[in-house]
Design a protein around this ligand. Structure first.
Ligand code: PMP
Length: 431
């Protein structure tokens, strides 16, 4: 497979765009380097790159593209938005319709606000929780990613629960010092953190099903325990459902698992591919937000008709019968095929899958927390990634990311993918 145009484009990009990419995760740094494949067109389950190569897409733009690319119903909605003006700076009927749709799907969101990214949504839930409780500290879980706002770019120190240090240059140490990081799926470490800092905690922030060190489900009772201890401490529970909402069911992970947070942050899928974020929660908490309350949050493009109409269309597609069954069925086929191939070639593989999302870790060990995901073989993943790309299968260039199946994927796509995995494992076994 030729990548001459991608390589040339990357050289040009490096001259004008820092690192040649507009988001660090798009770089191939974590998979041994090289020019990232640049795409020109997406259609259904397929991508077409600037060299004319075709790929089956499991990147799905890191989550939002659950309907496949250029879904006709969404395309129609975006076209309508383009024809009727994309931004008014006034209320619109569309945003009310959309808010009602979200509220119906995720009932814990009694009041909603729209914004433009998952980063903004999470950042604001933290602000609102601080405004509501009058406290500053936040507990988060190691390896969960919540966007790039200051309070969530915090690394754990050593020990089961620790006050944070900045994970990025430019984040003030005083901000990181208000964030406590605890391992995911570790009830004792969580209880310990609440015991130590409970009276100062404004919120506990968690991906209810993790998507950012691969797909990792909470152990039985973990989310219930978070709710109980957090509420007893007088603090709020925030679910970051930027990846999980409408991913596994028509609703949030909270609806799938039957545990409700106080505040929820959304993004990705709910924009149907256009930029969006949203947050919401209990009315009395949301009433802290301006113009009703004293916590400020605003946005020129917030609730813009293009993103909202695209989001409504996306949810309409997802609401159709059989959508999540299709994702689950193909996910199960893919998991089975990869697991059988791994057994044949003696590949050390662990697959975490929930419905149409899965992560293939290069390890024989279970992966239930970030440390275990960190300990999987990144070098082997890097080689696997490149072997897959060369066969026209596009994955995210990181051992920590999920493969996302879309409703446009077919059984034939899954069979072709398993065949490519077979070839890749065969090549890796020979090394
Ligand atoms: N939260 C989670 C769980 C995410 O996965 C991401 C993005 N990968 C974000 C927040 C940030 O969203 P955005 O990139 O839209 O700012």
């Amino acid at each position: 497979m030729q990548h001459n145009n991608s390589e040339r484009l990357h050289e040009e990009a490096l001259k004008v765009i820092v690192g040649g990419v507009n988001s660090p995760s798009r770089s191939y740094k974590a998979v041994g380097g090289g020019a990232p494949v640049a795409m020109e067109r997406g259609q259904g389950a397929y991508f077409f790159d600037v060299d004319g190569n075709q790929y089956i897409d499991y990147l799905a733009a890191y989550g939002p593209i659950i309907t496949g690319h250029a879904h006709p119903h969404i395309t129609k909605a975006i076209t309508k938005a383009a024809e009727t003006g994309v931004l008014y700076g006034t209320p619109t009927p569309h945003e009310v319709t959309f808010a009602k749709m979200l509220q119906e799907a995720i009932p814990s969101m009694e009041k909603v606000r729209f914004m433009n990214s998952g980063t903004e949504a999470v950042m604001t839930t933290i602000r609102v929780a601080r405004a509501y409780t009058g406290r500053n500290k936040v507990i988060k879980f190691a390896g969960c990613y919540h966007g790039h706002s200051d309070p969530v770019l915090v690394a754990a120190g050593s020990g089961p629960s620790t006050l944070g240090t900045p994970d990025s240059a430019g984040v003030p140490a005083v901000i990181a010092a208000d964030v406590i990081t605890v391992p995911f799926n570790d009830p004792d470490a969580f209880k310990d953190a609440i015991e130590k800092w409970g009276a100062e905690i404004a919120a506990v922030l968690v991906e209810p099903i993790v998507g950012n060190f691969g797909i990792v489900e909470p152990i039985k009772g973990f989310l219930e325990l978070i709710n109980e201890y957090t509420h007893n401490a007088g603090a709020l529970v925030i679910y970051d459902e930027v990846i999980t909402a409408f991913r596994f069911t028509y609703g949030g992970a909270q609806d799938l698992l039957g545990v409700q947070p106080d505040l929820t942050a959304l993004g990705k899928i709910i924009g149907g591919g256009l930029p969006i974020g949203a947050y919401g929660g209990k009315k009395e908490i949301m009433d802290k937000v301006a113009p009703v309350g004293p916590a400020y949050q605003a946005g020129t493009h917030a609730g813009n008709p293009a993103s909202v109409l695209s989001g409504i269309a996306c949810l309409e597609v997802l609401k159709q019968k059989g959508v999540y069954e299709h994702l689950d069925r193909l996910g199960a086929l893919l998991e089975k095929g990869i697991a059988e191939t791994a057994a044949t070639h003696n590949m050390p593989i662990t697959i975490n899958r929930l419905k149409g999302a899965l992560t293939v870790y290069f390890t024989n060990e279970k992966v239930m927390n970030y440390e275990q995901a960190e300990n999987t073989d990144g070098e082997l993943f890097g080689k696997f990634f490149k072997l897959m790309v060369e066969q026209g299968i596009m994955l995210a260039p990181s051992k920590y990311e999920a493969w996302f199946i879309t409703i446009a994927h077919t059984e034939e796509n899954i069979e072709a993918t398993i065949h490519a995995v077979q070839n890749a494992f065969e090549a890796l076994a020979k090394e």
